[in-house]
Design a protein around this ligand. Structure first.
Ligand code: AMP
Ligand code: MG
Length: 351
């Protein structure tokens, strides 16, 4: 999966920004800090653990992320996702991590009216977001690929006696976990660190952050929210305990066509085109990283008003939405927690 130099540089800046924003705020006191940078899932990741178990914790975290990367790459013939997409309707045995992502994605799919749809992969590919050969498809191509949407027909079977799972996807359908994988990877990385005995740590996977425990001095983490208008900077900081903070944004991956129109990578399954509403980014704060990642993509597609209605109906998370006219709308649980640092935005809290 080749990406343009510009996008890799912008992701590097995003990761450094996250690091730079977190470091001076982390106040790590006497606790030993262990840190590692890895490149996986097409993303620069920074893993940080505090305390004596740090090295073992980071080794375990890196191992789970690397194995997920190999399992989930739809273009890698040895991956589980490749097997699902090429099974021609036959059942494929999958690990629990894939089952968890599929069931969480299915819940969000149902509750959002299909705004998150993992079977959108043929369209994501058609637009060139996988190989970097960007292309504006014709209406015929869009409707052909829309005909391949089949997430509602995917069957996930669980076999409790053996603790195993299988997936059946209709022939011709293709799924990918691009909208979910990083959230699941940060869940698993944090779980691996915890199991290794780490009690305080933080992982940043591109712009996504997940924390373990509190900072070594017992205070909250301060997570910077990237400024979509200036990706080398941040627009505010959210103070959190143990949670995931996961962002979807049109600035994260996009291209400009010959007519000067810019297209981003989050496709509205209802139209086949990149979603087009007032939102430029959505950050979800939720303890479950997998759910947070599903929600970030779904809320981005739903747009401001429907996303707020979703939050009012289902709850279980907090949200920071940024609009193209420089408004920031936070859900009310963030009133004491979000601090604006860029005064060119107007901030409001929603009930
Ligand atoms: P995220 O950054 O978590 O919002 O995920 C965006 C990625 O998910 C894209 O780069 C695509 O690979 C994939 N994707 C795009 N649109 C959708 C969608 N509506 N539902 C599911 N996956 C999507
Ligand atoms: Mg997502």
């Amino acid at each position: 999966m080749k990406k343009s130099r510009k996008q890799l540089i912008s992701r590097l800046i995003a990761a450094l920004l996250c690091f730079a924003a977190l470091f001076p705020l982390s106040g790590c006191g006497e606790a030993k800090k262990t840190q590692k940078e890895i490149f996986a899932m097409d993303t620069l990741m920074t893993l940080t653990a505090y305390g004596k178990k740090g090295e073992a914790g980071l080794a375990a975290a890196e191992a789970v992320i690397t194995s997920m990367d190999k399992m989930l790459d739809p273009e890698l013939p040895t991956s589980t996702v490749y097997a699902i997409n090429n099974a021609q309707g036959a059942a494929v045995v999958v690990p629990g991590q894939i089952a968890k992502m599929l069931s969480t994605a299915r819940t969000v799919y149902d509750q959002s009216g299909g705004a998150l749809d993992l079977s959108i992969y043929p369209l994501v590919k058609r637009w060139g977001f996988i190989d970097g050969k960007y292309y504006v498809p014709t209406d015929e191509e869009i409707s052909a690929d829309m005909g391949l949407l089949c997430f509602d027909k995917l069957v996930l079977n669980s076999f409790p006696s053996s603790g195993s799972y299988s997936v059946t996807l209709p022939a011709g359908g293709q799924i990918s976990f691009g909208a979910v994988a990083k959230g699941c990877a940060s869940d698993n990385a944090i779980a691996a660190m915890r199991q290794a005995g780490v009690t305080s740590g933080i992982v940043t996977l591109g712009g996504n952050v997940q924390t373990l425990g509190l900072k070594p001095d017992g205070s909250n983490w301060n997570v910077a929210i990237q400024d979509p208008n200036n990706t080398a900077s941040f627009l505010g900081v959210v103070s959190v305990g143990e949670t995931a903070v996961i962002t979807s944004g049109s600035y994260q991956r996009n291209f400009t066509d010959l007519r000067g129109k810019t297209w981003h990578h989050i496709i509205n399954p209802a139209t086949g085109y990149p979603s087009s509403n007032s939102l430029v980014s959505v950050s979800i704060i939720c303890e479950d990283g997998t759910l947070a990642d599903c929600l970030s993509t779904a809320m981005f597609v739903l747009g401001e008003n429907k996303a707020l209605n979703y939050w009012r109906t289902y709850g279980g998370f907090e949200m920071i939405m940024v609009t193209s006219d420089n408004r920031i709308i936070c859900t009310k649980g963030l009133i004491e927690k979000f601090t604006l640092s860029n005064q060119s935005y107007t901030l409001s809290f929603s009930e």
